[in-house]
Ligand binder design. Structure first.
Ligand SMILES: Nc1ncnc2c1ncn2[C@@H]1O[C@H](COP(=O)(O)OP(=O)(O)O)[C@@H](O)[C@H]1O
Ligand SMILES: [Mg+2]
Length: 367
């Protein structure tokens, strides 16, 4: 298991410089609105993934008036301590180094902490278009079974090639190559669909339980709804062939796992349509907790969990339930405007960080 020990920031968002230690189990970040709590969480996420959890535009990460942002993370892995550094500068390629050596594919670096994050803005995952949930599900598949990420990439490649071929056929060429590609696409499509189904089967129990313990009324159900139920490559290729006329008309492939849906239902009704904001928030939190438990089972250790501003909408019992559920194994970082909202903040070993206008101070609470 990989433990994140120490994070340092240089010109990231509202921070000019900051250095923080992370608790073995729990770290609490507290401070008033706008102080920089989410910025700090985002910086930690950045150090684990080389991406922001808030924006696709890296430029936003760089502190106003600064030229480049840098985060560094020290971790303890089974083979000892490692040092991860990520540099972001507008208009430049992101630079990731591990122990001083430049890394091209950060995703496959063993000492990189797995991370799961709850942000209130991520409600889009519940409310938004199916593509967001598919991407999230595919990320989960890769987290559960790292080698399966290849199936997703192979499918995207084959899909791109088939779409290019459709354009050529429209122009009157290449029709005979299509059936070969259909079989290729079919193979990866079935793999991808089966991986997604396996992942959903693994998490649906834990997600339902988490939702219940967080106080979501009614039963939360996850349902994977693939476009195709084909059981063989031939069957799927046949389905593609039947839709060829409309694919040619549209100019792209309209059938396959790139059109699948992951439904979140509360008592059988879609939360994205019928759920209140509060219900959607609880469902999102339950989804992230359930996934983390499945990842812990599968990978032997739970991912580092980042919870931004979850406490304010939970009552005292649910807060206690939440902390008990997440902090018994693995690392958790929780942000809050009110320290009293985090039960367990005074437990020995917990690191409490107070954030004020772009600076961080570690507090020692009497146990
Ligand atoms: N690139 C940036 N450079 C400087 N300040 C930034 C940058 N991006 C955001 N901020 C500032 O960070 C503050 C918000 O910090 P945030 O972590 O979201 O607060 P909170 O403690 O409420 O979570 C705002 O004052 C915003 O102006
Ligand atoms: Mg915030």
């Amino acid at each position: 298991m990989v433990v994140a020990r120490r994070l340092s920031l240089r010109d990231v968002r509202s921070y000019e410089r900051a250095e923080v230690n992370l608790g073995e189990r729990l770290t609490v970040i507290h401070g008033p609105n706008g102080a920089g709590k989410t910025n700090l969480l985002e910086a930690l996420y950045l150090s684990c993934t080389a991406r922001s959890c808030r924006t696709a535009n890296d430029r936003e990460l760089v502190r106003f008036d600064a030229g480049a942002a840098r985060v560094e993370l020290t971790v303890d892995a089974s083979d000892g301590a490692h040092h991860i550094a990520i540099g972001v500068a507008p208009g430049e390629v992101k630079r990731v180094t591990v122990d001083g050596a430049v890394v091209e594919r950060f995703g496959s670096v063993p000492c990189r902490p797995l991370v799961a994050v709850f942000l209130p803005d991520r409600l889009e995952l519940i409310k938004g278009a199916p593509a967001l949930r598919r991407a999230h599900l595919d990320q989960l598949v890769t987290g559960l079974w790292p080698a399966r990420g290849a199936a997703r990439r192979a499918y995207s490649r084959a899909l791109g090639q088939r779409n290019a071929l459709l354009a050529r056929v429209r122009a009157g060429r290449g029709a005979d190559a299509l059936s070969t590609w259909d079989r290729e696409l079919a193979r990866y499509a079935l793999d991808l669909r089966d991986d997604r189904r396996r992942a959903v089967d693994l998490i649906c129990g834990p997600v339902r339980d988490a939702a219940q313990s967080l106080g979501l009324t009614g039963e939360l159900e996850l349902r994977y709804r693939p476009r195709s139920e084909a059981t063989t490559i031939e069957e799927f290729a046949q389905e593609l062939e039947e839709r060829l006329a409309s694919d040619l008309e549209r100019g792209f492939t309209g059938h396959g796992p790139h059109r699948d849906e992951l439904l979140l239902l509360r008592d059988g009704r879609e939360l994205r349509v019928y759920g209140s904001q509060g219900e959607q928030r609880l469902a999102l939190l339950a989804l992230i907790l359930g996934e983390r438990e499945a990842l812990a089972d599968q990978r032997g250790a739970p991912p580092l969990l980042l919870l931004d501003d979850v406490m304010s909408e939970l009552d005292a019992d649910r807060r206690r339930m939440l902390v008990e559920r997440v902090a018994h194994a693995g690392q958790v970082v929780i942000t809050t405007t009110d320290l009293a909202h985090v039960p367990g903040a005074e437990t020995p070993g917990t690191v409490v960080l107070e954030v004020l206008a772009g600076s961080v101070r570690e507090e020692v609470l009497a146990g």
